[in-house]
Design a protein around this ligand. Structure first.
Ligand code: OOB
Length: 539
């Protein structure tokens, strides 16, 4: 079984007694619909339409073949698929036989995938030939040399490695195959991170299933919901807040979109009668602009009832324009792959919906807002968020040192966000973790700094955020060069990072050179003063 930090028994008992943990595997989501209405439309992807029976059959076919290949409980998989139906078919297939997937983002490259592979030692990798890394077999061979036994590809011709072929009926699911116990790891979420290596978050069936069921109730998801999946399919927001899994739980329909680009999405909304769409703030801005540019486009959005917005700071002024221009309800979502999710409620007054990021899902989500010494601050005062609860994890995968920093002695996870609490509602007002939130995409400063320092001409590096009108934040790298080194051009610096295999969204947007980096009283790089120096230049 995959190791993880369990909840202490007294907490587990309490979460079961309260009905949060129901000791069922996540695969029960599909099984329920098979009983309720197997013919209902579950998933639309381009011209392809899948009923719940189709999802069940295809995921069973793949599960059976993987089981026959010797995979089962306790194994891990590395999956990198774009927003296609196969993402969820593969997810359920793996869970059916107890294999825990890591769902890498499609924008991840060699560095991220290698790091995940090194951490979980996957026996199977499922990816797409359309991804740059898998156009030829060089990286696949590297993965094989590292112990990966099976590689399956979307868009592959050779049957042995073709995902399409593995989805065809072949053999029966062995009697003894099945999901991991519900109190064990079902899959891994990805941490946005603030450290040198991307961290993994083990999620159990019990904790994740609760967050899904509760989110469905809070967001009013029903069998009539038609949900647009335009953000990356594996992100926690897209999966479970209330997400694709929430829609499957309620028996609704998911419409896959390749990206949140407004004109494509508007077309899909009109064609498929989409009622609910989750978006990050920069995508909302694009949708608003598209309607402003051509008000006739509003006609395409008449079925849209609810827009969920989260992942990054959302300006109140923009929030107010959502119902005005798009004629739909807004729900703000402040969540994290580690667990805790907050929503504004459907019946909250406008002042709450537009100006806060909501309140926790569960009455048993414990929230502390703390000052610099770890003491609770009064309501209305900004402080660091710490939380524990029935679906907030208790430790990153195999990261004892980082866990010692991220958790306190009572098991509260310190998220690195600065929030203000008022009447139970939270507003996100800042951040203490060393991360850049680039329109919802998270960049761990330390990871990029370490990669920059691998350049022989760079002696010091610091990555900080710069305010950006569209993305909220962009990144700027401050560099000190070796004495006598020639100044490096931004393209050369980006090339250096790309050659190391990092995802493009993590590339610094700007570079600044300095003779030395300012230090704080305790000798750490003074990032605040670096950010201030940029603000002064921009002013
Ligand atoms: C979501 O999850 P992650 O893991 O990519 O990022 C979590 C972090 C939070 O700690 C916070 O710093 C930021 O993203 N964040 C927000 C926010 N929602 C997330 N900051 C300001 N306002 C918001 N509404 O981003 C995520 C997971 C589930 C649901 C929604 C978002």
């Amino acid at each position: 079984m995959i190791e993880f930090s369990p909840w202490p028994p007294e907490f587990a008992d309490r979460y079961r007694a309260a009905g949060y943990w129901i000791d069922q595997p996540l695969t029960r989501i599909l099984e329920t619909q098979l009983v309720v209405d197997p013919t209902a439309e579950a998933l639309i992807c381009g011209d392809r339409r899948f009923s719940y029976a189709d999802l069940d059959r295809l995921s069973r076919n793949l599960a059976a073949r993987l089981a026959q290949a010797g995979l089962g409980r306790g194994d891990a998989a590395l999956v990198q698929l774009p927003n296609v139906a196969e993402f969820y078919i593969v997810f359920f297939a793996l869970l059916r036989i107890g294999v825990a997937p890591v769902n890498a983002l499609f924008s991840h490259r060699r560095l991220e995938l290698s790091s995940y592979a090194a951490q979980v030692a996957p026996r199977v990798v499922i990816a797409s030939r359309a991804h740059e890394l898998f156009r030829d077999d060089a990286f696949a061979d590297e993965l094989r040399a590292g112990g990966v036994e099976h590689l399956l590809f979307l868009g592959e011709d050779a049957p042995a490695h073709s995902l399409a072929h593995w989805l065809e009926p072949g053999c029966d699911l062995p009697q003894d195959a099945g999901p991991t116990p519900a109190d064990q790891v079902a899959f891994f979420q990805l941490s946005g991170g603030s450290t040198g290596t991307p961290k993994l978050i083990p999620r159990t069936h019990n904790d994740y299933d609760y967050s899904i069921r509760a989110s469905v109730a809070i967001c009013g998801v029903t069998a009539a919901t038609r949900f647009l999946c335009a953000l990356p399919a594996g992100h926690n927001f897209t999966m479970s807040s209330p997400g694709v899994l929430g829609v499957f739980h309620a028996g609704g329909t998911v419409v896959m979109a390749p990206s949140p680009e407004p004109l494509t999405c508007f077309g899909l909304i009109a064609r498929e009668g989409v009622t609910m769409a989750p978006l990050v703030p920069p995508a909302v801005a694009l949708w608003l602009r598209a309607v402003e540019d051509d008000p006739a486009r509003r006609a395409q959005l008449i079925t849209l009832e609810t827009m969920l917005v989260g992942g990054a700071n959302f300006a109140e002024a923009t929030a107010r324009r959502v119902p005005e221009l798009l004629d739909c309800r807004l729900q703000q979502v402040f969540g994290m792959a580690e667990g805790l999710v907050n929503y504004t409620r459907r019946d909250d007054p406008p002042g709450i919906v537009f100006a806060t990021q909501g309140r926790p899902i569960s009455p048993d989500d414990e929230i502390r807002v703390l000052d610099g010494d770890g003491r609770p601050v009064p309501d209305g005062t900004p402080g660091a968020l710490a939380t524990r609860g029935p679906y907030t994890f208790r430790g990153y995968y195999r990261s004892p040192e980082h866990n010692a920093e991220a958790f306190d002695s009572e098991g509260f996870y310190h998220s690195g966000d600065v929030v203000v609490r008022q009447n139970g509602y939270l507003r996100v007002v800042g951040r203490i973790k060393d991360q850049i939130n680039r329109g919802g995409e998270k960049i761990a400063a330390e990871e990029i700094e370490n990669l920059l320092l691998r350049h022989s001409d760079i002696t010091h590096a610091a990555l900080v955020s710069v305010p950006d009108a569209h993305l909220g934040e962009k990144s700027c790298a401050f560099l000190v060069l070796r004495h006598g080194a020639e100044r490096l051009s931004p393209p050369a610096l980006r090339r250096h990072l790309l050659d190391l295999g990092v995802a493009e969204y993590k590339l610094p947007d700007r570079f600044r050179f300095a003779d030395a980096l300012p230090l704080t009283a305790v000798g750490k790089i003074d990032k605040r003063s670096l950010r201030d120096s940029l603000a002064a230049v921009n002013a």
